[in-house]
Design a binder for this molecule. Structure first.
Ligand SMILES: C[S@@+](CC[C@H](N)C(=O)[O-])C[C@H]1O[C@@H](n2cnc3c(N)ncnc32)[C@H](O)[C@@H]1O
Length: 274
């Protein structure tokens, strides 16, 4: 857990951490019930919890779909290497744990630009030689591709699962999220998978409320329509059943009925490069 009450960039012992501003990774950690967050993150998280009751389902549903997608890849495909871009703080059932539970030889490279993720990831992974964490900005993918840490675990001549879970919506349109997907599409062979989950706008006033709250506090958070999300995939990937759907409805383990309006606002999709 990150120290309580620290007030400056240097105070937490992790270079580059600014405890005066909320971070996406730490606020999300708070919404998921984690402890790696500061007062400023909890204050933002509490606005979701108190002002927009029910909206926290977005975080849990997202995680659920991610875990099911990793299990699906590990159990039903030959892919044994994962590039998890915008991986977030360690939580319950991390990607490497799910993948390695079903296929012990699976290798995972986590990438995040939040320094707390690097610090905590290193601690979690100290004993796991098949998993690493790279601190990098996914808007600049070349250093990630060329990183010796990435190359030590991922062979780009073999199929890879690229994971962009709940992160492309933190790229504003002028940051070209489509170019990020395109970059990785060009570097992975056929048989590779792409999982995306994304804030989904449904002409619902709730998506506008959430977007306003996130843009006002983090300067990011873009709710996109289904067409806009599918456009991010480009032309080369084939979308697999059930298509782009609410995260909770993405290959659920139990039938889902009566989704709340909030639950419709996070969508997931798995695609394969043919
Ligand atoms: C909402 S969390 C999602 C975490 C995890 N992928 C999941 O679905 O549970 C988004 C993560 O993306 C990271 N992130 C946001 N923008 C990023 C960027 N430009 N480069 C790398 N990571 C980024 C944040 O630090 C945060 O950890």
């Amino acid at each position: 857990m990150v120290e309580e009450g620290a007030q400056g960039i240097e105070d937490v012992g992790i270079p580059g951490v600014d405890v005066s501003k909320p971070s996406i990774a730490r606020t999300y950690d708070y919404l998921l019930g984690g402890k790696d967050n500061f007062a400023v993150d909890r204050a933002l998280g509490d606005r979701f919890i108190n002002d927009l009751p029910g909206s926290r389902a977005i975080a849990f549903d997202n995680r659920g779909a991610l875990v099911r997608a990793i299990r699906e890849i590990a159990v039903n495909t030959p892919v044994r290497q994962y590039l998890d871009l915008g991986s977030g703080l360690p939580t319950a059932d991390n990607v490497h744990q799910v993948a390695q539970r079903h296929a012990s030889e699976s290798r995972v490279v986590y990438v995040d630009n939040d320094p707390v993720v690097l610090a905590h990831g290193r601690a979690l992974l100290a004993e796991n030689k098949q998993t690493t964490v790279v601190q990098a900005d996914l808007r600049d993918p070349k250093p990630i591709y060329e990183s010796p840490d990435t190359r030590a675990l991922i062979d780009f001549d073999q199929p890879v699962a690229v994971i962009l879970s709940a992160v492309l919506h933190h790229l504003n349109d002028d940051e070209e999220p489509t170019a990020v997907v395109e970059y990785w599409y060009d570097r992975i062979p056929s048989g590779s998978y792409l999982f995306i989950s994304h804030f989904r706008s449904e002409d619902d006033p709730r998506s506008a409320q959430l977007q306003e709250l996130l843009q006002g506090s983090l300067g990011r958070g873009r709710w996109r329509t289904d067409d806009e999300i599918l456009t991010l995939l480009g032309d080369g990937f084939t979308v697999l059943p059930p298509g782009l759907v609410s995260a909770v409805e993405w290959r659920p383990t139990e039938p889902q009925t009566d989704l709340t309006d909030w639950q419709r606002l996070i969508a997931a999709v798995l695609a394969v490069k043919s």
